[in-house]
Design a protein around this ligand. Structure first.
Ligand code: PLP
Length: 389
């Protein structure tokens, strides 16, 4: 049997695969499992976007290869979207690249910039795919701890003092898994520090549309100078409930955008043009459902934390994303907690350690079921904690 390449062998195994299998097995046995362990939005894509796909798929022009740099009309729609939402004016030709989902963009950027042995900084806890891209590139990941005392923001000075040659720095706000949102000060600081270095900042803006209590998550590009030293990755997966459609875009530094397009030309040519047309209608069409969904997530969040409080468990609710980041009682690992909660109470959550060493002591809870189910889950979690005190 042909051995896998070194690159492939470096890939971490899928940390949450075991949990997913276990949940599936319980569901097949007919057990009442409340699955809050994954990040797959449960609400449907707005109907006008689905209709736009149906209409464009009838047009034979969408059956051919599209341009490798993405449809010009979609790149213009992305620029228009950034102008409308963030007041950021972008050149659609040189500052926008269409991506095959945000995840692909995050993996590609490591292949584009990292040589073997290079260093990339990532938040800990953070989205696990930053590590995957860095590992495939043969580079080294250095972590920036996120702790509640610092509002889950990294200590940038310490990070760059210990890794002065870091080539990439990944940031993600609103943050998966902590649910933290930042104001402009962190972004301003990172721009100041990146400007004097050969380093690219990659801001992952996956939960851009989900800020609670009237908080409006800000784009990295709103900060002056950001587009000279960084890119932002915007996915349609969460904003428009289009996770299965695999469409996202990157905006910002021209050199990085050009490199992403070149990579796409060599690897895939273009995203299915009909999906690109539908993405245009998402970005330019009515936005009321986007706001309604944020309200739905906020109501679910409130229901979940209210139910916890009713049982005497206090925890701080997140400011954005659709995740709660729940501290665990002393003395139990996040993996043991997640596994026992599933076995004993039929609630699936994601063990914090799967997001990095600083995720130990927490579990991530997705607000991806109805309010009643979230309240029921909160009661079961609280009961477990009380019974095991
Ligand atoms: N970044 C973060 C923080 C995420 O949570 C996700 C998906 O869960 C992604 C990126 C990737 O999104 P997609 O590949 O669907 O665009």
């Amino acid at each position: 049997i042909l051995p896998l390449s070194n690159r492939m062998q470096r890939l971490p195994s899928q940390f949450f695969a075991g949990l997913t299998q276990q949940v599936q097995a319980y569901i097949e046995q007919g057990r009442d499992v409340i699955n809050l362990g994954q990040g797959n939005p449960d609400l449907p894509t707005p109907a006008h976007i689905v209709e736009a796909l149906r209409d464009s798929v009838q047009d034979p022009a969408t059956h051919r290869y599209g341009p490798f740099h993405g449809l010009a009309s979609l790149r213009s729609a992305c620029a228009e979207f950034y102008r409308r939402e963030y007041g950021v004016v972008l050149d659609p030709d040189s500052e926008v690249a269409i991506l095959f989902g945000g995840k692909a963009g995050l993996i590609e950027i490591s292949q584009i910039y990292l040589n073997e042995g290079d260093v990339a900084l990532v938040p800990d806890p953070g989205y696990p795919d930053y590590e995957s891209g860095i590992k495939i590139a043969g580079a080294r990941m250095a972590t920036m701890p996120l702790v509640p005392e610092q509002h889950f923001m990294p200590d940038l000075e310490a990070a760059l003092a210990s890794e002065p040659d870091a080539k990439l720095m990944f940031l993600n706000y609103p943050s998966n898994p902590t649910g933290a949102v930042v104001d402009s000060s962190l972004f301003e600081q990172v721009v100041r520090m990146a400007q004097s270095r050969k380093m690219l900042v990659v801001h992952d803006f996956a939960y851009a549309s989900i800020g609670f209590d009237s908080i409006r998550p800000m784009s990295f590009l709103e900060v002056e100078g950001a587009r000279d030293c960084g890119i932002e990755i915007y996915t349609l997966s969460k904003t428009y409930n289009m996770a299965g459609w695999r469409v996202a875009f990157a905006v910002g530094q021209k050199e990085a955008i050009a490199a992403l397009k070149l990579y796409h030309n060599h690897a895939y040519v273009s995203l299915f043009p009909a999906i690109q047309k539908a993405a245009e209608s998402a970005l330019l069409g009515p936005q009321d459902e986007v706001h309604q969904r944020t309200e739905i997530y906020q109501k679910r969040r409130d229901a979940f934390y209210l139910a916890l409080h009713q049982k005497g468990i206090s925890a701080k609710p997140p400011q954005g994303t659709f995740f709660g980041w729940l501290p665990l009682p002393e003395g139990i690992s996040s993996l043991d907690f997640a596994s026992r909660l599933l076995q004993e109470k039929g609630v699936a959550v994601a063990a914090g350690v799967g997001f990095g060493q600083h995720g130990e002591g927490y579990v991530r809870v997705g607000f991806l079921d109805r309010e009643e189910r979230l309240m029921e889950a909160a009661h079961r979690i609280a009961d477990w904690m009380i019974q095991n005190q």
